[in-house]
Design a protein around this ligand. Structure first.
Ligand code: SAH
Length: 245
């Protein structure tokens, strides 16, 4: 039982929903969060936990009671969530298992806007995956927020057609940002400590095809490399983000 909980992201913040509130300041939790607080935090009545309202303020919660029906917490929410990351992420849709992990890690890193895009080397079956249902996406993003201690749910847009996405939507998305496409083998290196608004495109396991890189370049994207080692997408994502922030 305990092993199973530890396999998930750590709940460094208990994320609350409007529906959890039984009074203005008191919540009653059941299910996953109740079990996690009791079995992983091993919390008891009187203990204080970090809590936050989804898309709202964060603060402190004190455990009032524990029953089989639920765990009651008195909350006081007075802190702003952390600043969002100024990076918009375009990611060629990865295989579902990898997508789940990537969603958790980008959410924990503070990305707030993400486009899952098609690419020639994206397996078409991935677009039919149940992970892409909005409640399933939200589940993974919430795990990342709980891990990273943040309350603001990232926006995810599904873009299953590459060309119309790049031609019709991308110009507005990149406006006001510097846009990079990560592509192994190109001359220019990924900047360090870029620290300005950026848009970052990351390819599928097989990489972007030349036509796609060209289309992105026509939209102002600069191809960049991380060096001669080719990284898996789930490794490339945090490495690239950490260079830019
Ligand atoms: N099979 C492809 C590599 C794909 S790696 C090839 O041999 O070229 C998957 C994605 O991760 C790439 O499209 C790129 O966006 C990113 N990536 C991985 N390693 C990288 C590197 N060294 N430099 C730049 N981007 C990299």
């Amino acid at each position: 039982m305990r092993r199973q909980f530890l396999a998930f992201a750590t709940m460094n913040l208990i994320l609350l929903d409007e529906e959890d509130f039984v009074t203005d300041s008191r919540v009653c939790l059941i299910g996953r969060r109740r079990d996690h607080i009791l079995n992983v935090h091993r919390a008891v009545i009187g203990d204080e936990l970090r809590v936050g309202l989804l898309n709202g303020l964060m603060g402190c919660g004190r455990i009032l009671s524990v029953t089989d029906q639920g765990l009651e917490i008195e909350t006081s929410l007075d802190q702003q969530p952390p600043e969002p990351l100024a990076v918009t992420l375009l990611l060629a849709l990865p295989r579902p298992k990898m997508l789940r992990r990537i969603l958790q890690s980008v959410s924990s890193l503070g990305v707030k806007k993400m486009f899952l895009i098609n690419s020639y080397r994206v397996d078409k079956s991935f677009w039919g995956s149940p992970v892409l249902q909005s409640e399933k996406l939200q589940e993974q993003l919430v795990l990342g927020l709980e891990q990273g201690i943040d309350t603001i749910l990232p926006e995810i847009h599904l873009c299953p057609r590459f060309k119309p996405f790049v031609e019709d939507r991308l110009p507005d998305i990149v406006r006001g940002t510097t846009a990079y496409v990560a592509h192994p083998g190109v001359e220019s290196a990924c900047p360090h400590d870029f620290n300005k608004p950026a848009t970052l495109a990351i390819g599928p396991e097989g990489g972007f095809i030349p036509y796609e890189v060209e289309k992105l370049q026509n939209c102002g994207f600069i191809p960049i490399s991380l060096g001669e080692r080719i990284l898996r997408v789930e490794t490339a994502v945090p490495v690239l983000l950490s260079r830019l922030i």
